[in-house]
Design a protein around this ligand. Structure first.
Ligand code: PEP
Ligand code: MN
Length: 258
């Protein structure tokens, strides 16, 4: 279903007026995790200033250590819903449990399926049974073929509104958090008709590489870029090393628009 051979024309997904897959650049910014209404609102204001229409933020955080901040759960989704209403932004948030999907779709506009859950087939099927767009991230050890098959799971249940997101893969290289597989973008665009984004935050794990990675993503034909923005990254409860503060975010957008 997701194959370009079956459907030659690009799938365009309209989220709050942002049309992913139309050949233009789209952006998804927001904090790694929802920590408080005020924290997300500060980022929402900055996003609105840039004329953007979506915000991201994790309420259920799949952390490597069980002792790290796990997210605010449904309380976090309530904050995001409030932000969506107050700032007229569509909300992208990760869901990790198939049993949460039915309730979660009352709060969010786009279901994010994270790298660690790319092959959680029950979660993929549950997302496929909704009518919400799904942002599917590539597993850190997934081949492109595994990734496309994961998207197929979602589409097989009837939901074809899928945005693919390359977010770096595990290699022996330690200079970056993951290795951004930039050529995955044109390969995914050739093999599927789905929009393809690049998450520059989790792929590089380095603030100094966010802008060059975003330029590369756009140059190679990505439909959009995702990055994390936090009002005060130094005190962030997750991913403190790699989130942009608000002035850096405005500069990022200015540099990219060149
Ligand atoms: C995220 O985007 O919040 C996230 C956890 O990313 P990934 O699943 O790509 O690690
Ligand atoms: Mn993060």
């Amino acid at each position: 279903l997701v194959s370009r051979k079956k459907k030659p024309e690009d799938t365009v997904i309209n989220i709050n007026g942002d049309t992913f897959g139309d050949g233009k650049n789209h952006f998804i910014f927001g904090p790694c995790a929802v920590e408080s209404y005020e924290q997300v609102a500060e980022v929402a204001k900055a996003i609105k200033k840039e004329g953007l229409k979506l915000i991201r933020g994790g309420a259920f955080k799949p952390r490597t250590s069980p002792y790290d901040f796990q997210g605010l759960g449904f309380e976090g989704l309530e904050i995001l819903k409030q932000i969506a209403d107050d700032y007229d932004l569509a909300v992208v948030s990760e869901i990790v449990n198939p049993a949460h999907i039915e309730k979660a779709v009352e709060y969010i506009d786009v279901i994010q399926i994270g790298a660690r859950n790319m092959q959680n087939f029950e979660l993929l099927k549950a997302a496929g049974e909704t009518n919400k767009p799904v942002l599917l991230k590539r597993g850190m050890s997934a081949t492109i073929s595994d990734f496309i098959n994961a998207a197929e799971y979602i589409n097989s249940k009837g939901n074809g509104q899928i945005i693919l997101c390359e977010r770096g893969i595990r290699t022996y290289e330690k200079a970056t958090r993951n290795t951004l597989d930039i050529t995955a973008v044109p390969i995914l665009k050739q093999e599927t008709h789905l929009p393809v984004m690049v998450d520059v935050t989790h792929s590089t794990g380095r603030r100094d590489l966010l802008l060059p990675a975003a330029k590369a993503a756009i140059a190679i034909g990505a439909d959009g870029v995702m990055a994390e923005v936090h009002p005060d990254p130094a005190v962030a409860l997750s991913d403190a090393q790699q989130q942009m503060d608000i002035p850096t975010f405005h500069n990022f957008m200015k540099e990219l628009s060149k």
